[in-house]
Write a protein that binds this ligand. Structure first.
Ligand code: IFM
Length: 457
C-alpha cells in the first residue's frame, strides 16, 4: 500500500510552471582527477586539515561521473520538468585558461543530451564554487583577470551546448563565495580578509554581467540569469542597536547583490560601513553588472535572526530547525519574494534551491522523512502564496536530488530526496521523493482537468 501523504497544496500552479531538482558538480560527481580534470579550489581546501567536519573530500562523492545515466533515469522517474546541475570549470578547462578538455566537455554534453532524451529541460550553472586551482594561484576571484577567464569559459560552454539548455546561470550564490570563502574563511579558498571578499563580490557580479552580454552577442538562446542566496534579515529584539544591525546585514546579504544587478548601484550604507574595504569600481562596471537578464534565481532555506551583541541562538526563536541548525520558517519565503517584487523591477523568478537536511533513518529499506516532506510542502505553499499576490515565479527546484557533499559539513548533512549509501553508492528514494512525484502528477492532472473544463465551457 502507498503510505505517502497526499499532497494537499492550496494552490494550483500554472501549466508551464517548472518543477525541478538541483545538484552541483563538486557535491556529486567525484572523479576528481579523472579524464583530464584539473584540481579545483575545493579539492585543495579539503586537503587542509580541519576544514571539513568529517575530514572527507569530493574524490568520490556520489560517483555521479560514472553513474550519470542511472541518475538521469532516477530524475526522469520522478517526473520533474527540469534538472539544475553545474559544470565543473576545471573539468572542462583544467587550468582555467589554456587548453580545453574534450573529455570533460563530452561528459556535460552527455548529461544535456541524456536529459533531453528523457524529456527533461537542462538548467546549467557555470560556477557553483569549484574554481580551477590554477586560477586561485593567480589571485582567484580577487584578480580582475579571472573575470575575463570566466567570460571565455561561459562562451565556450555555451557554444558547445547552449543550443540545447533551457537556462544558463552564471554564478550560484556569490555571497557565499565572497563572504564564506574570503571573509570568514569557512569555505574554499579559506581566505580571511574583508577587503578581498568585497573585491571578489564585485568581480563575480561584473563577470556575470559581461558573460550575459557575451553570450547574447554570440546568439545564445538559453535564458540567462544569476542565482542568489537570499533571506529576510530580522532583528532579534526591538532595540535600536539590533534594528540597525539587521539593516546592515540585509545590506550585505541582499542589497549588496540585488541593488547593482537591478541598476541601483551598491547600497550607500554598506559602502559607508566598508570604508576602505569597499571594492574599486571602474567606469562602466555598474552598467555592465546591471545588464538585463531573463530570470533571477532565488535560493531560500531560512530567515536570519540577528543581534548586535553577537550570535543569535536558534533555540530562542521557538521554531523547529533543521539538522543545519537553520530555523524552519516557510513564511519567510513569501515575505522575501514579496519584498523583492516590491523593491526591484524583476524578470521572472525561479526558486532555484529549497530543501532541508535532516538525520534520516532507514527502516526495512524505507526512509520516512516526514519532516522533509512537511518542509517542502510548506515552502511550495509559500511560493504559491507569493504568486497569488502577484509575484512572477516560473519554477521551483528542490535541493537536492541526492544526499551529497555538503561543503564544510562533509557527508554528515543529508539534503537529498534520494538517499545515498556512500559505501555501496546505492540510491534509495525517500518518502519526500515519492511525495514530490505525487505533487507534480497531481498538479499536471489538475491542469489537464482545468483545460478540459475550459474547452467544454
Ligand atoms: O549545498 C548547498 C548548495 O551547494 C548551495 N546552496 C545551499 C545548499 C545547502 O547548504
Amino acid at each position: 500500500m502507498d503510505m505517502i501523504a497526499e499532497p494537499n497544496s492550496s494552490f494550483t500552479f500554472p501549466a508551464d510552471f517548472v518543477w525541478g531538482v538541483a545538484t552541483s558538480s563538486f557535491q556529486i560527481e567525484g572523479a576528481a582527477s579523472e579524464d583530464g580534470k584539473g584540481p579545483s579550489i575545493w579539492d585543495e581546501f579539503c586537503r587542509v586539515p580541519n576544514t571539513i567536519a568529517d575530514h572527507s573530500n569530493g574524490d568520490v562523492a556520489c560517483d555521479h561521473y560514472h553513474r550519470w545515466a542511472t541518475d538521469l533515469n532516477l530524475i526522469a522517474n520522478l517526473g520533474v520538468d527540469a534538472y539544475r546541475f553545474s559544470v565543473s570549470w576545471p573539468r572542462v578547462r583544467p587550468g582555467g585558461a589554456g587548453a580545453w578538455n574534450e573529455q570533460g566537455l563530452a561528459f556535460y554534453e552527455r548529461i544535456v543530451d541524456g536529459l533531453l532524451e528523457r524529456g527533461i529541460k537542462p538548467y546549467l550553472t557555470l560556477n557553483h564554487w569549484d574554481l580551477p586551482a590554477e586560477l586561485q594561484a593567480k589571485g582567484g576571484w580577487a584578480n580582475r583577470d579571472t573575470v575575463h577567464r570566466f567570460v571565455e569559459y561561459a562562451c565556450h560552454v555555451a557554444q558547445r551546448m547552449g543550443d540545447r539548455v533551457a537556462a544558463i546561470t552564471t554564478h550560484n550564490e556569490p555571497w557565499v563565495m565572497a563572504t564564506l570563502g574570503h571573509e570568514t574563511g569557512e569555505f574554499a579558498p579559506g581566505i580571511k580578509n574583508r577587503a578581498i571578499a568585497m573585491r571578489v563580490s564585485h568581480h563575480l557580479l561584473l563577470s556575470h554581467g559581461l558573460a550575459v552580454q557575451a553570450l547574447r552577442a554570440q546568439g545564445c538562446k538559453s535564458k540567462l540569469g544569476i542565482v542568489l542566496n537570499l533571506s529576510p534579515v530580522v532583528p532579534a529584539t526591538d532595540t535600536p542597536e539590533d534594528k540597525a544591525f539587521a539593516q546592515l546585514k540585509d545590506g550585505k546579504l541582499v542589497r549588496w547583490y540585488m541593488d547593482p544587478l537591478f541598476n541601483k548601484g551598491y547600497p550607500a550604507d554598506v559602502l559607508a560601513y566598508l570604508d576602505n574595504d569597499a571594492p574599486k569600481v571602474k567606469d562602466g562596471d555598474l552598467r555592465d553588472i546591471a545588464t538585463p537578464m531573463d530570470f533571477l534565481g532565488v535560493n531560500y532555506y531560512s530567515r536570519k535572526v540577528v543581534s548586535a551583541s553577537g550570535h543569535w541562538d536558534v533555540h530562542k526563536g521557538g521554531l523547529p530547525f533543521t539538522d543545519m541548525g537553520w530555523e524552519i520558517y516557510p513564511e519567510g519565503l513569501t515575505e522575501l519574494l514579496l519584498r523583492l517584487n516590491r523593491d526591484y523591477v524583476l524578470p521572472p523568478i525561479y526558486v532555484t534551491e529549497n530543501g532541508a537536511a535532516f538525520k534520516d533513518a532507514m527502516t526495512e529499506g524505507q526512509i520516512h522523512d516526514t519532516r522533509r516532506v512537511d518542509f517542502i510542502a510548506r515552502h511550495i505553499d509559500a511560493v504559491g502564496a507569493a504568486m497569488a499576490q502577484g509575484v512572477r515565479i516560473e519554477g521551483y527546484m528542490v535541493w537536492s536530488l541526492l544526499d551529497n557533499f555538503e561543503w564544510a559539513s562533509g557527508y554528515e548533512k543529508r539534503f537529498g530526496i534520494i538517499h545515498v549509501d556512500y559505501s555501496t553508492q546505492q540510491r534509495t528514494l525517500k518518502d519526500s521523493a515519492r511525495w514530490y512525484r505525487k505533487l507534480m502528477q497531481r498538479n499536471k492532472a489538475e491542469r489537464i482537468q482545468a483545460e478540459l473544463l475550459a474547452r467544454s465551457a
